[in-house]
Design a protein around this ligand. Structure first.
Ligand SMILES: C[S@@+](CC[C@H](N)C(=O)[O-])C[C@H]1O[C@@H](n2cnc3c(N)ncnc32)[C@H](O)[C@@H]1O
Length: 171
């Protein structure tokens, strides 16, 4: 197995894909360590990572060999989670999303959020970061799915700075 790639390679991999497809990639730089999970002590084998773009998927697979990285669409999250055995261990506690939701049509946003909550345990959270000033999920989608939201941390040390939003099923 090849050695994990250095972080500079991640910048280049993401930037190159952004040049090809800015709306899908929706970021010119990878998330900073301050937005990251593995560095905060989450076990690699407790994670399932989904990436739609083939080259980025391959890059992530090599860079994080201890993590399951699936090539697929977040709209198919349940099927992907079942296929790779992740959901056989029970529903997920949380989903962390760096998807460019604001650039997506509302029906895509809704399909992704709906799949996500179908994979989460009761009380599970969908955590989304965004670069813009407004919440990343349209209010109509939030209401249609019966979700509550609260604003989390603002992460200045990210390019660009990001705000974290946490979505849960409203009680
Ligand atoms: C803003 S970038 C975040 C990249 C990386 N997760 C990070 O935080 O540095 C959004 C990523 O979501 C991927 N993406 C876009 N639509 C997707 C979808 N429907 N399913 C899975 N991944 C998708 C893009 O290819 C891109 O790599």
């Amino acid at each position: 197995m090849s050695a994990p790639k250095p972080r500079g390679a991640s910048w280049w991999a993401l930037f190159r894909q952004w040049l090809r497809n800015p709306l899908q990639i929706a970021a010119i730089a990878p998330s900073s360590r301050e937005l990251a999970l593995l560095a905060k002590g989450i076990r690699g084998n407790g994670l399932l990572v989904i990436e739609l773009e083939e080259e980025l998927h391959e890059h992530l697979r090599r860079r994080f060999p201890a993590v399951r990285v699936a090539l697929g669409d977040a709209r198919d999250l349940q099927a992907i989670g079942q296929r790779c055995g992740f959901l056989a261990e029970g529903p997920a506690d949380a989903i962390i999303s760096g998807l460019g939701l604001l650039a997506m049509p509302l029906d895509t946003q809704r399909a992704i959020l709906s799949e996500a909550f179908a994979c989460l345990r009761p009380g599970g959270r969908f955590i989304q970061f965004t670069y813009g000033p407004q919440p990343p999920v349209a209010e109509s989608v939030q209401q249609a799915l019966g979700l509550a939201v609260h604003r989390g941390d603002f992460v200045l040390r990210n390019v660009p700075p990001a705000t974290v939003y946490v979505y849960e099923r409203a009680v």
